[in-house]
Each structure stands twice: as C-alpha cells, then as structure tokens.
Design a binder for this molecule. Sequence first.
Ligand code: FES
Ligand code: FE2
Length: 419
Amino acid sequence: MLTREENELLCRVEGDAPMGQMMRRYWLPACLAEEIAAPDCDPVRVRLLGENLVAFRDSEGRAGLMAEQCPHRKASLFYGRNEEGGLRCLYHGWKFAVDGQCVDMSSEPPESGLCAKVKHKAYPTREAGGVVWAYMGPAAETPEFERPIFAPSENTRVAIFKIVSQCNWAQGLEGGIDSAHSSSLHSTDMPAARVPGSTATGTAWARPTTDKSPRLEAEETNYGFRYAAIRRPIQNSATHDYLRVTTFVAPFHIMIPPNNVYNVYQMSVPIDDDANVIYLCAWSDTTAGVDVEAWRKFTGTQFGVDLDKTYRKLNNRENDFGQDRKAMRLGDFTGIRGFPNQDIAMQESMGAVADRTSERLGASDLAIVQFRRTMLQAVRDFQAGKKPPGVGIRAADYKSYGSWERVVPKSTDWRAFKP
Ligand code: FES
Ligand SMILES: [Fe+2]
C-alpha cells in the first residue's frame, strides 16, 4: 500500500514529474529498429515520457528522433518527406537533419541566415539489440552508452516484440517482477511437469513445481534489486527447493529467469502517465536462440495479426481481450491467448494508474514492495541531487548476478550462488 503522494511520485512521468526527469538520465528504448528499417523510410510516431516525437532514418542510415511539431509553425513532421539527409516539413519545406539542425529553408530568403540559426529539438540515438535508444536528459550528463544486457554482442540472437499497453508503466513493471501470478494467470502456458527446470517446448514453458505460493526474499543492489521466489519442487521436495531469481535494473528493466533454451528480458517504458510499451526479448548467446517470428507467434504478438500498426492489441478492453469462456470450461485457466495478453488484460483492468492506497498486499508481494521502495528512494535521492541507481554502472556488473532458475539443495544461499 502507498499513500496517494507516493503513488503519484512513483507513477507520474510527464513534464516536470520527478520520476520522468530521473528516467531522462538513462538511455531509453524509443522504438524497434525494424520500425525505421531502411534509409529514407517512412517516419514513425514515438511518444515517450509524455513527449510526442517522430523517428526516422536518414539517407546515411542514421536514426533520428525529434519533436513531432515543426519549430516553424508546429505542423506535424510525421507527415514530412524523409529525403536526402533529413526530414522535410510539408507545410513550408523546412528540413532537419538527425541532430535537429535546419539544413534547408526554401520559404525564407537565403540572406536572412535564419536556417543556420534554427535547431529543432532532437535527441541523440544509438542502436543495439534491435532497439533504437535515445537520451533525453541534460547533454552534460549523458552516460556512456552500454549495449543492453539482452544483446551483449552484435551477434547475439535477439527475438523481441513490443506491445502498447493502456496503463501506467509501474503496472507493467510490477507484472514482470510478480513471480506468484505465473502459477495462476499463466498456469495453462506454464504447466507443472516432471522436468529438470523451466523447459521451453515451443507452445509452453513447463516448470518443475505445482507450488502456487512462493516464499520471496529480496536483496538490494546499487542498480536496483534481486529477489528469489522459492517453491517446492515436484521431485525431492524434502531436501530441495525450486528457485527463480529475478533481477530488477532501474528504471524499468527486468531479467526474468531463463528456460533451457533462452533468456528472457522485459522493459516497461512509459509512453506517458497512462500508457507504457512493453518490450519482451528472448535472447541467447548461442545459435540456438529464438526465431523472431516463432517468438511472436508463441506469445501472440505478431504484427498485423495480433497487433495493429500502432502496436496496440487487437484483443483489448473493447472485446474483453478475446476471452473465450468455452475454452475456460474446457480447462484453459484464463480463456485469453498468449501470456503477454494475459498480463496486459490484468494490468489494464487495474485502471490507467492503479489505486495503490487501498490494496491488500500479501507475503508473495514482497518483490512489488521492494520495487516501490527502491524506486521511491531513488527518485527522492535524485530530487536531493544524487545520481540515479545504475547510471554509470557497466552492463557486465548486472550480468555477473543475472537471473536464473534451478532446483537446488535447501542449504543453498541464493544470494551467493552462481549458476
Ligand atoms: S510548419 Fe513546418 S515548415 Fe512551416
Ligand atoms: Fe505475467
């Protein structure tokens, strides 16, 4: 449970809201690289931390991210022409390079010198892991760009999708660190089985436990926190535990325990106060990674099939998320297809910004409580002039802890264990 003030501090990201200002100190996912696949491609709309932006790729292949409204008289650059090294506004033809510099101004006499003086708001970008990243904070505090944990090298095979979810980022995030819900909400897709660990079958993730009430333990770190969800395994339950260790990296990254084939990684990126983009990556350092289309099919997130062209779900609140009551009577736990869709159905059903002032939390919500404590402390420290957690820490430091899952002897100290 939070006070109303704490809930606002945690959730609000628009304008001067401290959480949004703090998030601007990190490199943030702006869009998928495939959305602006080729030089001079069609521009796309991006909304991030309540700002309307437009992303494009210039003739040399550089990704640009700039304010959507043209600085001249505020027409949308989304409709612009992406040509010969910049994005040209349709209205009077002003043209901007990826760094925001106006490079052509046919509507003004050349001697006016206005063109050279106009610099549109544009954010620096980087590309890695199939994502275009942007830095929206003060230039003087730009942190060094680190490859994301889910793509440690150029050769890492990453299968990634994104979904726009119509609720606040913290709801998306809390879904990702809520180990207990998987035993109910995802029980059809994550069945209990006599398997050595979490096992990807292509249509489900089997798990070696029937235990629906995990005991949780958390540990704070300098970049966020980690926690263990401890369950009774199907086999050897007298001597062993089934542990799932999840790592939270501020401000919105989650290293979800892997299965026998690939690692899983979630980001819940604020569009504004009332919506977030969920990116979910399956990745592997080996060639046995996950095929992008197979991943999207498995998760029910295929572009044009499950999602519309703005990455909104076709199964949404308007049609009760496509819930199939008949399937439920035949044994499907939710009647909702695909585990991200099950997650989003629950998260959106809580309201755009969940009312955390009247919740009834239990022991299995320990990681949720830790997340709120960590981020509220971080944002208060940030207001007092401190550096946000994780900024300046190398990705290798998170990786040395990572996330893991395993049936281990009860005597195992998960905090020290290195799988
Ligand atoms: S409004 Fe864009 S050039 Fe005039
Ligand atoms: Fe989930």
